[in-house]
Every structure is written in C-alpha cells, then in structure tokens.
Design a protein around this ligand. Structure first.
Ligand code: S6P
Ligand code: ZN
Length: 186
C-alpha cells in the first residue's frame, strides 16, 4: 500500500506536493459580487487574484477523502470583502471540515431550504459543515486567510444555485466593521 501524505507549512501556506491547483481571479467571480460597477471598474484596470486552492485528488469513492488548503487574499469589491464563490456539494449529502490556519474570516452557510447563517472563522477555528449546507468563505481581515479542508472524495461542486441566486447573507465593510446584511437581490 502506498499511503498518501504531504507536508503542510501553515506559515507559508504551502503543500509539499499536490495534484490539484486552481487560481480564481475577480473576473472568474464577476457574477458573484453584488456591486457590478465595482467589479467592472476593478477588472478594467487589473484582475486581482482572489484565491488559490491546492489539494490532493483521490478516486471519487464515497468512503474516501480529499484534502487541501485555500489561500484567500484580503481586499474588497465595493463594500463586500473578498470571498470564494461558495457551493453546494454535487453529492448534497456530504459534509466537510474546515480548519482556519491563519487570518480572520467568516463563513456563510445556507441550506437548500434557504436558511442562511454567517459564523466566525478566525485562525484556530475548526468548522464542521454539515451535509447539505452550501458554504462560502469570506476574508474579513487585512491579511491572507489560509485554511485546511477535508471532504469526501465524491462530494464535487455545485455552483449553479449560487450563481443564480447568491447567498441570503452578504458580509460587508460598514465603517470598518464586518457586518452581516441580508442580500438585497434575494
Ligand atoms: C471543496 C472545499 C474548498 C473550496 C475552495 C474554493 O469542497 O470547500 O476546497 O472549493 O475553498 O471555494 P469555491 O466555492 O470557489 O469552490
Ligand atoms: Zn465544499
């Protein structure tokens, strides 16, 4: 048996080896932020990297697990903080565990029935995401938010609902304070 392992450097936010890697820029998330004018104005001059993901793959078997890290930059688009797209798992009945290694964040979680909650996700927090709940990470700090995640190898991503209707809550900077507001477009 060849057991898979890697070294995770939490300070640098690096994995010693990985076989999936993705970079998401603002243009990739244009439809996800509320302030479309801010999106277009920012993309017109630059197309900042919002986050990078590194991880391992495994055969998509229900009993197996995959893991990796996400590095989410600090910044804002209009009043909204930089965030991930957010997704339901394609296999809805699968959960996930997130462990915040560095930085200061919040998670927005939403059930298929439309119940939506925002919870703190700062360095040191281990967050259990129950099966069925969509999840988005938001960086509400001034430095990179780095977190480790583990999820079922067959979970997959379902972005369709999120791109169509967004989450019920947005996290915005109001007078320097991360504030949870209802999504005005819902
Ligand atoms: C996968 C896990 C993370 C996210 C990553 C980017 O189940 O939740 O790896 O994929 O943080 O987020 P998103 O919403 O753009 O896939
Ligand atoms: Zn997930």
């Amino acid at each position: 048996m060849n057991f898979q392992s890697y070294q995770l450097d939490a300070t640098l936010g690096k994995l010693s080896n990985y076989d999936i890697q993705s970079t998401s820029r603002l243009s990739n998330l244009a439809g996800y932020f509320a302030d479309k004018t801010a999106v277009q104005n920012t993309i017109a001059t630059a197309d900042p990297i919002l986050y990078r993901v590194y991880g391992t793959t495994r055969p998509a078997l229900a009993g197996d697990l995959i893991s990796g890290i996400t590095l989410l930059n600090a910044g804002q688009v209009g009043q909204e903080y930089y965030m991930t797209k957010g997704h339901f798992h394609a296999v809805l009945d699968t959960g996930e565990v997130y462990y915040a290694l560095r930085g200061s964040g919040m998670m927005v979680l939403e059930s298929p029935e439309g119940e939506c909650q925002a919870v703190d996700f700062a360095a040191g927090t281990v967050l259990h995401i129950p099966p069925r709940w969509a999840h988005r990470t938001v960086n509400v700090g001034s430095s990179e938010l780095c977190f480790f995640w583990v999820c079922p190898a067959n979970a997959g991503h379902d972005y369709a609902t999120i791109i169509e209707q967004g989450f019920g809550k947005l996290i915005v900077n109001q007078d320097g304070i991360p504030t949870v507001i209802d999504n005005p477009h819902r």
